[in-house]
Ligand binder design. Structure first.
Ligand code: ATP
Ligand code: FE2
Length: 323
């Protein structure tokens, strides 16, 4: 079976076709803001201008007739972007006469991670621009055990980077700078129960930079603090749920220091640590296609009249009837 998936919840625009075993083709064309953060209207305009070309490129490699199901990222995300994706998915489904599956973006990160790592029942740390969540399955739902109380860790990294004059996306630049950091400066470590918060940390790190501390030391201190918070909550979820696998997904998952901290924590507890290949960590069409395929095989279909954008789509609302 083959599924075509469209991802476009925010900056990323990506179309892929997968089968049960692998990614057959993936074509991506991200929206990169000229300056500052992501403007929803501009991003959606980018998506509507470019998506036709991406689909043409995909259909140059895979015959549309071979596709069994059309999957699309239904939410959570930016309303204008989601509406472009949903509209295109509906048109494709109607034109090709194929079923449609609306996919939860967060669920797709988890499922593509499980697919490509072999993790069975992990505690998933999902860290991206807009989201930071600790997720695990209980019965027939994924539950969020801890999450950010304000901004996602990726947005926090991007904000700090912007303040230090670095271009979007800031995460990889902070990672490089942090490698040359020598001095640790204490910053607010905010874990409340199972939740965490980053906005106070960003403000404090920005002040630290304004006071004359080097970019390298600010980046290093920020990463050590923020990633320790994420690792602590992940470890508590492991202990509380009595699980022994950790799966790291989302764009920030590419960070080698975060991976290292989680790996050490897992080794200490006798747990296994998994991270999918980098091209499947950030937002990508393959994760939507694969999750759509999995859902379709287990009876999920989204009728056209229910295929509207869901900007606040929560992972808990999806019934998980697969293994
Ligand atoms: P979502 O819609 O799930 O919130 P997103 O739109 O933020 O996702 P992702 O590709 O999952 O997209 O994540 C992008 C984020 O990842 C950006 O904030 C970017 O700075 C960050 N990032 C990318 N590479 C690294 C890295 N090596 N270290 C830290 N952060 C990184
Ligand atoms: Fe994402």
């Amino acid at each position: 079976m083959k599924a075509l998936g469209i991802e476009g919840t925010a900056w990323s625009l990506s179309v892929a076709v997968v089968d049960e075993n692998d990614v057959i083709v993936m074509e991506s064309d991200p929206y990169i803001p000229k300056e500052g953060g992501i403007h929803p209207r501009e991003a959606s305009q980018h998506h509507s201008e470019r998506i036709g070309e991406l689909i043409r490129r995909v259909f140059a490699k895979v015959n549309p007739e071979e596709i069994d199901v059309i999957a699309f990222s239904q939410g959570p995300g930016m309303g204008p972007c989601l509406r472009v994706v949903a509209t295109v998915a509906r048109v494709l489904a109607l034109k090709l006469n194929k079923p449609l599956v609306g996919v939860n973006h967060c669920l797709a990160h988890v499922e593509v991670g499980r697919w490509k790592t072999g993790a069975k029942n992990p505690v998933t740390l999902y860290v991206s621009g807009g989201n930071s969540q600790v997720i695990a399955r209980r019965g027939n739902r994924y539950r969020v055990f801890g999450e950010t109380l304000d901004i996602g860790i990726g947005n926090a990294l991007d904000k700090l980077a912007r303040h230090m004059g670095l271009k979007h996306p800031g995460g990889p630049k902070i990672e490089q700078l942090a490698k040359d950091g020598r001095n640790y400066y204490e910053l607010p470590y905010v874990v409340k129960g199972m939740d965490f918060s980053f906005s106070g940390l960003v403000t404090a790190a920005q002040r630290l930079y304004d006071s004359g501390v080097s970019k390298e030391d600010v980046a290093f201190s920020f990463q050590e603090t923020a990633f320790a918070m994420l690792t602590e909550v992940t470890e508590r979820a492991l202990a509380y749920l009595d699980l022994d696998e950790v799966l790291l997904v989302g764009g920030v998952g590419a960070n080698s220091r975060l991976q290292e901290m989680l790996r050490i924590m897992c080794e200490d507890r006798g747990a296994k640590f998994y991270a999918p290949p980098k091209y499947l960590m950030g937002d990508n069409g393959a994760m939507i296609a694969y999750t759509g395929l999995l859902m379709f095989k287990h009876g999920h279909v989204t009728p056209i009249e229910e295929s509207y954008a869901k900007p606040d789509f929560r992972i808990e609302s999806v019934e998980v009837n697969w293994q």
